[in-house]
Design a protein around this ligand. Sequence first.
Ligand code: PGA
Length: 253
Amino acid sequence: MKKLIIGNWKMYPASLKEAKTKFVAIKKTASKLSNVQTVVCPPLVYVSELKKLVTGHRVVVGAQNAWFEKEGAFTGEVSLAMLASVGAQYVIVGHSERRALGETDELVHKKVLAGVKAGLTVVLCVGERERDPDGEYMKFISEQIKSAIHGVQKKELKKVVIAYEPIWAIGKNAVHPASSDDALEVSILVKKTLVDIYGKDAASVPILYGGSVDAKNAWEFLLKSQVDGLLVGRASLDPKVFGEILNEADKIK
Ligand code: PGA
């Protein structure tokens, strides 16, 4: 399976011009790599503009969030169907930064179902705020997955990706980066949770690791944590660093 490397640009960069420059630079590297599927998730307002710069399949565009209803009186929202109609192929759902803004498990669940129905690949983010010595976080993660994918049909699983993002390892305020063992433990848990529900076919659902991934640690997660790819925040905004991550991923067959 190709490695799936997703850049989550969050609310950067400040202008469309910069977004285009970054995207073109990333595309230059990504389009050469046959062993990597690259996805860039810019702020919503840039999605359709960057989509115009897509050529081929090796690098495509996704979104960081959307609303679950198809259309309606939801001032300020953008629907998953709208995103699909402008060419987004992926959508991140349940990122911890959105959950921190009040997104509940119930809302995440609705977005997962609607995203799959809209034909997008849903990148469901799960992860604990902190680790407790008794391992309660394992139960927490497993419950997050179960509640979010409840009602997703087995045949729709090919439209689902699970990203393990321990909150304590994300962003500038990360306590410390997760180790490849931390990620391995949870990637096994995610697989088991899915297989318990859907049977062994679910073993093909890609699992990503995210949280302080950079050009130095990317290979370690990919090689030692049994993950199929990475969800990259800060490092995806620097085309040089992101290019290094993509090149590392390409080397791992
Ligand atoms: P980070 O963010 O790579 O900057 O830690 C990851 C994410 O929030 O998806």
